[in-house]
Design a protein around this ligand. Structure first.
Ligand SMILES: Nc1ncnc2c1ncn2[C@@H]1O[C@H](COP(=O)(O)OP(=O)(O)O)[C@@H](O)[C@H]1O
Ligand SMILES: [Mg+2]
Length: 379
C-alpha cells in the first residue's frame, strides 16, 4: 500500500499554514469555487513531480505577499514513512529533501507517483504538439530515470548546436561540417534513444487506453496512438541512428539558413486517432473528452505495472464536467483501483462516496483553510 498520510502547507497559493491528515483510501475535498480545492491537489502533485500541473512558474505558487512556500508530505510505502520536503523562495533554486537528506530536484520523480485528472486534460487532445511532447517527456521521465538524463543532455546539445548554427552561415562548408560533427553525433545518439523510449511508452499507453476507450464507447470505436516523427524512424535503434544522421546531413543548408536544428524529437508529436482519424481535427467534443480520459486511465495503469502499486489519483472537478456515462466509467475505474484517491468537487460528494463504498474522509475548505473534517483521518 502506498499513500499520502499527512501534509503541511505553508505559503502555497491561498494557504497560509495548514496541517492535514488523510484517509489512505478516499479523500473528498468540498467547498465553493475559488476556495482552494485545486490548490490543495496542486500541492500534492508538486511533492511528487516538483512541478505544478497548472503552471511552469514556481513564483506563481507562492502566496501573495509571502517570501516563500514550503510543503512537507509524509508518504507511507509498505509501512515505511518517507518525508518529502520542498521549499522555494524567490530567485533561489528549489530545495528538496527526502527523509531530511537534500536531493536534486527531479531525483525522486519515480518514487511517489501521483496522477492528476483535470478538465485541462482536454488540452492534450485539442492543443498543438508541444503540450503532447511535454506529456510524453514527463511520462517517460517518471517511468524511466535514464530517459530523464538523456532528455536533459539532448536539450543541452540542441541549445549548443543551435547557437553554433546561428553563427556559421558565412563560413566554409568543410569547416562547418567539421565543427558540427561532434554535436551531430551526440544529437543523433541521444535523440534516437529518446525516440525509442517514447515508442515503447506509446505502445504500452495505447494498449491500455484502447481497452478503456472500447468499453466507454460500447466497443464501437478504435483508439490509436502513433508517434509522429520529424523523420522516418526505423524499428531498429541502430537503423534510426543512421537515418537520423543522413537526414541531418541533408538538411545542412536549411539549418544554416534558419540557424536552428530542423529534425529531431524536439519537434515530434503524438498522434491521437479515433477510427483512424486525427482526434484533434475530426472528433466531437465528447469524443475528445473520452480520449483524454482513456489516456489518463492508461497512465494510471502504466504506473501500476511499473511499480506494482497503484499511484495516488487526484481528480480535480472532473465529475462536474462529465456526462453520466463517463462518470459511470470513471467510477468503475476507481472502484477497481486500489490506490488512494483525492476528489475535489463544488457540489456535495457524499453520494459518490457511498457509491464507491469506501472508507473515506470529507474535508471542507474555505479561503485556503480547512474548516471541517469528517471521517477517519488515517488507518
Ligand atoms: N499565489 C497565490 N496567492 C494567493 N492566492 C492565490 C494564489 N494563487 C491563487 N490564489 C487564489 O486561490 C483561489 C483559487 O483556488 P482554487 O484552488 O483554484 O479554487 P477551487 O476551490 O475552485 O479549486 C483564488 O481565490 C485565487 O485568488
Ligand atoms: Mg478548482
Amino acid at each position: 500500500m502506498f499513500f499520502l498520510d499527512s501534509l503541511l502547507i505553508k505559503g502555497f497559493r491561498n494557504y497560509q499554514h495548514q496541517q492535514l491528515d488523510f484517509n489512505p483510501r478516499l479523500n473528498i475535498l468540498v467547498g465553493e469555487n475559488g476556495q482552494g480545492k485545486t490548490n490543495l491537489l496542486e500541492s500534492i502533485y508538486y511533492l511528487s513531480v516538483t512541478r505544478s500541473f497548472r503552471t511552469n512558474r514556481d513564483q506563481e505558487l507562492v502566496k501573495w505577499e509571502e517570501p516563500f512556500f514550503y510543503l512537507k508530505g509524509t508518504f507511507l510505502k509498505d509501512d515505511f514513512k518517507n518525508d518529502v520536503q520542498v521549499s522555494y523562495s524567490y530567485n533561489h533554486p528549489l530545495k528538496v529533501k527526502i527523509n531530511n537528506e537534500p536531493v536534486n530536484r527531479y531525483d525522486h520523480l519515480q518514487q511517489f507517483p501521483v496522477v492528476v485528472f483535470s478538465p485541462d486534460d482536454l488540452m492534450l487532445i485539442r492543443e498543438g504538439p508541444s503540450i503532447r511532447r511535454r506529456f510524453l517527456n514527463l511520462e517517460a521521465s517518471r517511468l524511466n530515470p535514464v530517459y530523464f538524463k538523456e532528455l536533459r543532455a539532448y536539450q543541452r546539445v540542441l541549445q549548443q548546436r543551435n547557437h553554433l548554427l546561428k553563427g556559421f552561415y558565412n563560413r566554409k562548408r568543410d569547416q562547418v561540417n567539421q565543427l558540427l560533427e561532434p554535436w551531430d553525433q551526440s544529437l543523433v545518439s541521444l535523440g534516437s534513444n529518446i525516440i525509442h523510449t517514447r515508442l515503447k511508452i506509446i505502445k504500452s499507453l495505447e494498449k491500455e487506453a484502447k481497452l478503456f476507450f472500447l468499453s466507454m464507447t460500447k466497443a464501437s470505436e478504435i483508439f490509436t496512438l502513433q508517434y509522429d516523427c520529424s523523420f522516418d524512424y526505423k524499428v531498429d535503434l541502430k537503423d534510426t541512428n543512421e537515418t537520423f544522421m543522413q537526414v541531418l546531413e541533408s538538411k545542412r543548408e536549411q539549418e544554416l539558413k534558419k540557424g536552428a536544428t530542423v529534425v529531431g524529437p524536439h519537434l515530434d508529436d503524438l498522434k491521437i486517432s479515433i477510427n483512424g482519424y486525427d482526434t484533434r481535427k475530426y472528433s466531437s467534443q465528447g469524443q475528445k473528452r473520452t480520449a483524454a480520459l482513456a489516456l489518463k486511465m492508461a497512465e494510471v495503469s502504466l504506473f501500476k505495472m511499473e511499480n506494482n502499486e497503484c499511484p495516488i489519483i487526484l481528480l480535480d472537478d472532473v465529475f462536474s464536467e462529465f456526462d453520466d456515462s463517463r462518470k459511470m466509467h470513471l467510477l468503475e475505474f476507481l472502484k477497481g483501483s486500489t490506490g488512494q484517491c483525492f476528489i475535489s468537487s463544488a457540489d456535495g460528494m457524499e453520494k459518490l462516496a457511498k457509491k464507491l463504498n469506501r472508507d473515506s474522509k470529507i474535508v471542507t475548505i474555505r479561503q485556503g483553510r480547512v474548516i471541517d473534517e469528517i471521517g477517519r483521518p488515517g488507518n
